[in-house]
Ligand binder design. Structure first.
Ligand code: ADP
Length: 419
């Protein structure tokens, strides 16, 4: 970059402010909405968008073959996240909507839904207040690539897509045991999820379309379609094995929908490495610094350099070193602060180790505005630490540290795994 046009000094607060308040994501979402809806008057549109404050509400699509548990998982997620379940059935259900009435009529006549009607139903439903405030979970929609593309075209973009998968034989067998509570819409199973209350047991009904033949036909259709749908969601798709207990499937789905996708925001890493002596902080810091171009800040080393360089802080530290006493936190903090506020640290980011060593120091670091955004704790069993430290030697000529077991290699890796 041309040094005359480049900004010469970026105050550390600037990138930190952006990161903390997610300014980049906020602007990106707003821009996305502007381009999708192209309002005539963008300013009130942007104000409304910001006031809705709903960039992070659930926007989930759950796909999967029949009987893989889509509806079960979608209902549980809905309850857990207080969101709204959107199925083909409940989209057509509203009595007050003329569009839903048309869709019902069409469905009764044709025994299937037209893509255009389906997309309009979804669009109408997503404009309602509860979907705006609490998000939505689409169950089994889109069922074809055409639907996926039409949904995308009108600007409906899920944040997470889950595809359940299980062998056909398991699903055909499983579907035979499906039962529905007509009062609540809850789904049960004769073997895997039978309600304990006799009142519920007595009112359960056998849903239509669950015979072996019907499930097999639906599976064929599903497999034909799904391979053309999934490529529409390359970065937000998670395939979950549904041939395991429902609760396990649910927790994997929940964990996934609660993760935030990697942001495109410019990001300056501020890494903190913790761990007992001998846990490998220095080595990992050096590797991270090398790989990501970070400034490697070793607190102990900084203090030693200050003394060796006879700087004004060095003179303050020297007496403590001589008496082998701990250097006061305030002095350490000044040295650190001086280093972390240098332009290379602000621009390239840093990896800090050897500090903080207690809660007071951590709070001091935070209060001076040097909050890390990645913290790692290198956990090593006590025995391994002892073994590592007792095998460590200093090269008398170069002062370099030599570990007797040598550079990391397959045998070292095996050894530490075994440990
Ligand atoms: N992981 C699972 N293990 C066993 N049974 C399940 C599992 N997931 C769902 N079920 C049962 O299988 C049947 C079909 O589930 P459902 O949610 O209706 O599937 P889909 O919506 O994919 O057709 C229901 O009886 C449900 O209780």
């Amino acid at each position: 970059m041309d040094a005359t046009t480049a900004p010469h000094h970026i105050p550390p607060e600037m990138p930190q402010y952006g990161e903390e308040r997610h300014v980049f994501e906020l602007m990106q979402n707003m821009l996305e909405q502007l381009l999708i809806y192209q309002p005539k008057d963008p300013i009130p549109f942007m104000i409304t968008h910001l006031q809705q404050d709903n960039d992070n509400v659930p926007k989930i699509v759950i796909l999967g073959p029949p009987a893989s548990g889509k509806t079960t998982i979608a209902m549980w997620l809905c309850k857990h996240l207080s969101s709204n379940l959107l199925t083909m059935d409940n989209l057509m259900a509203p009595k007050f909507s003329s569009l839903a009435a048309v869709a019902r009529e069409h469905y009764q006549k044709m025994k299937k839904m037209s893509n255009t009607l389906l997309v309009r139903l979804i669009q109408e439903r997503l404009r309602e207040e509860d979907c705006i405030r609490r998000g939505w979970i689409l169950d089994g929609i889109p069922a074809t690539r055409e639907q996926a593309l039409m949904i995308q075209t009108i600007g409906i973009t899920p944040r997470h897509v889950i595809a359940l998968s299980a062998p056909d034989t398991v699903l055909i067998e499983r579907n035979l045991g499906k039962r529905i509570d007509p009062q609540t819409g809850e789904i049960y199973h004769t073997t895997f999820d039978w309600p304990p209350e006799s009142e519920i047991q007595n009112r359960l009904v056998v849903p239509g379309g669950i015979s072996e033949l019907e499930t097999a036909q639906k599976l064929l259709e599903y497999h034909r379609n799904i391979i053309r749908i999934l490529p529409a969601y390359p970065k937000i798709l998670k395939v979950i094995n549904a041939d395991q207990p429902c609760v396990d499937v649910f927790y994997q789905a929940l964990t996934y929908v609660q993760t935030n996708h990697r942001s495109n925001a410019p990001f300056t890493p501020r890494v903190l490495l913790f761990g007992p002596m001998g846990s490998g902080k220095s080595l990992q810091a050096a590797l991270l610094a090398q790989k990501y171009g970070l400034v490697n800040v070793h607190c102990g080393q900084l203090l030693k350099e200050a003394v060796a360089g006879e700087s004004k802080f060095g003179e303050l530290i020297q007496p403590y070193f001589q008496k082998e006493m701990a250097v006061p936190d305030t002095i350490i903090m000044k040295v650190l602060s001086q280093r972390l506020s240098q332009q290379d640290c602000i621009e390239r980011g840093w990896v800090l180790h050897g500090f903080p060593k207690d809660l007071d120091q951590a709070q001091m670091l935070n209060s001076l505005g040097y909050q890390p955004n990645r913290v790692f704790f290198l956990n090593v069993p006590f025995d391994s630490v002892i073994e590592r430290l007792t095998l460590r030697r200093l090269d008398p000529v170069t002062g370099e540290r030599k570990d007797i077991w040598g550079p990391p290699g397959p045998s070292t890796a095996q050894k530490s795994n075994r440990d």
